[in-house]
Design a protein around this ligand. Structure first.
Ligand SMILES: O=c1ccn([C@H]2C[C@H](O)[C@@H](COP(=O)(O)O)O2)c(=O)[nH]1
Ligand SMILES: [Zn+2]
Length: 190
């Protein structure tokens, strides 16, 4: 068990009171981590992007990653970038993570939701985000900020009143360990 996972105990009048577990993920870390986990599904060799849409009740209503459209085989459609013909590169085909997360929603709509993304949204995703009624964008990387596409996204978000801010993770890494569940410490009798 990680030290941070240990529940802190408090001694009150000689009685040990079990406090809640420490080191748990806060909501924002959880949603960004969900976006990053979704990105692990991407077949894009150069960029794996994930997105997670969350409603006002902190419920996840949609998750997506960049990938080929349904029915367009990952093995047949191209993943290259610098090809002589645009038809042989990925750009005309790949569905972006944000679009997929919004289209994959399990709610009637995503109005007033927040979208968590690994990479600041491009202009096409910005349009979809605005039109879908999402009002907040939380992103991790803004490495394309200097490109016109991404400047256009910010212009549109500003005009449409969509709030955006950069997520600064508390943890550089969140490790998922499938052998790591400590059943003993989870037992109510302990
Ligand atoms: O808003 C965005 C922007 C990009 N993506 C995806 C689309 C592509 O699969 C990669 C970008 O690849 P490059 O080789 O860097 O052009 O990222 C996205 O999902 N959402
Ligand atoms: Zn995009």
């Amino acid at each position: 068990m990680d030290l941070a996972d240990k529940a802190a105990n408090l001694c009150v009048n000689g009685v040990t009171v079990q406090k809640k577990r420490e080191g748990y993920l806060d909501w924002k870390e959880y949603f960004m981590a969900t976006a990053f986990l979704a990105a692990k599904r991407s077949k894009d060799p150069s960029y794996q992007v994930g997105a997670c849409v969350v409603n006002k009740e902190n419920k996840i209503v949609g998750v997506g990653y960049n990938g080929m459209p349904t029915g367009c085989s990952d093995d047949e459609f191209p993943w290259g970038k610098n090809t002589p013909s645009p038809l042989d590169s990925k750009f005309l085909y790949v569905c972006h993570a944000e679009m997929n997360a919004i289209l994959n929603r399990n709610s009637a709509d995503v109005k007033n939701c927040t979208i968590y993304v690994g990479l600041f949204p491009c202009n096409e995703c910005a349009k979809i985000i605005i039109q879908s009624g999402i009002t907040e964008v939380v992103y991790l990387s803004d490495e394309n900020a200097h490109k016109p596409t991404y400047i256009a996204s910010k212009k549109m978000f500003d005009a449409a009143g969509v709030k955006y801010w950069q997520f600064k993770p508390k943890n550089e890494k969140i490790v998922i360990n499938f052998t790591g569940i400590d059943w003993e410490s989870m037992s109510p009798s302990k």
